[in-house]
Design a protein. Structure first.
Length: 305
């Protein structure tokens, strides 16, 4: 359940607003728990606000009932959020307004390229459609035109990060099927929710320069970023819903929380075994040290057993 907004009666902006933003394409698995716990502990250790956002903008990938089950899992693990859950599926008007503004400013263009057209490009869009207008009769996506600009930021875990936007290519904010893309929704929501700190998986590190640039177009300050290692299977594949990662159990969650603390390099006390969920989380908040989180991109699940 959500907790009361501790800044509701204050006109001052909070110093720390974090968030956990799962996609309801399946229930929470251990990798998701590690990400949720990291963002929760970082927020609570700094007396910050911690919000939950449901990234439900891709109906074909969503699993019926998954959003409700995710929230139930967070509650079972004591990860109680502030304010109401934000659902991206209810934010379409906001996204349309941003797209209209970006179009007016000449910052986006239609892209009719297919996956076949882009094969062999190494994942970097070559700018094929940069001169197109939206008068085209073919189905098209909308891409943001990235300038010759270098994005630099200090990741709280990974250290100094530097990317040249042209090396990443122009990115999509609305798909050919009309659905809003992740990059647009995440930036619009981070801006509107006043997110100041983002703690998430290393697999999203490469998307961060795009998001910093798009946030600048929305006149929003750059949040502080911290990218934690991704939990993997023994074969190196990311522990994910696509790889049929099992749902975290709702009964006796204590051991899973201790395992998640270990995955984050926090060295939980042996005395925590047998403690309650609340006691484990209180220990985690009191002893949270983000500098102990490993810099490597991946942590094998087998290494935690």
């Amino acid at each position: 359940m959500p907790t009361a907004n501790r800044n509701a009666n204050s006109e001052e902006k909070p110093n720390y607003v974090g968030r956990f933003a799962p996609s309801p394409s399946g229930p929470l698995h251990f990798g998701s728990l590690v990400a949720a716990l990291a963002s929760f502990l970082d927020a609570r250790s700094q007396n910050g606000i911690w919000r939950v956002r449901m990234e439900d903008i891709d109906p074909p990938r969503e699993q019926p009932g998954a959003a409700r089950q995710i929230l139930k899992s967070l509650e079972a693990y004591g990860l109680h959020w502030d304010d109401q859950v934000l659902y991206q599926s209810r934010r379409h008007e906001t996204y349309r307004h941003i797209i209209s503004d970006l179009k007016t400013r000449g910052l986006v263009y239609p892209c009719t390229c297919t996956r076949k057209d882009l094969r062999g490009q190494g994942g970097v869009y070559p700018g094929t459609c940069r001169d197109k207008t939206d008068n085209t009769k073919s189905p098209y996506a909308l891409r943001v035109r990235c300038p010759e600009k270098v994005i630099e930021f200090q990741d709280l875990i990974q250290g100094p990060i530097k990317y040249a936007l042209p090396d990443l290519g122009d990115f999509i904010i609305q798909r050919k099927d009309g659905l809003f893309a992740y990059q647009l929704a995440v930036c619009a929501d981070d801006a509107d929710q006043g997110i100041t700190h983002i703690v998430r998986g290393h697999d999203l590190l490469n998307a961060t320069p795009w998001q910093i640039y798009l946030l600048s177009l929305l006149n929003t300050a750059t949040p502080a970023y911290a990218h934690i290692p991704v939990i993997t299977l023994a074969n190196g594949d990311k522990l994910s819903k696509q790889n049929h990662a099992p749902e975290i159990p709702l009964h006796q969650p204590e051991q899973q929380l201790i395992n998640a603390l270990q995955a984050l390099g926090q060295s939980p006390d042996a005395e925590l075994h047998g403690s309650s969920v609340s006691e484990i989380l209180q220990w985690g908040i009191a002893h949270w040290q983000i500098e102990k989180v490993a810099k490597q991109p991946f942590v094998p699940l087998a290494a935690l057993s």
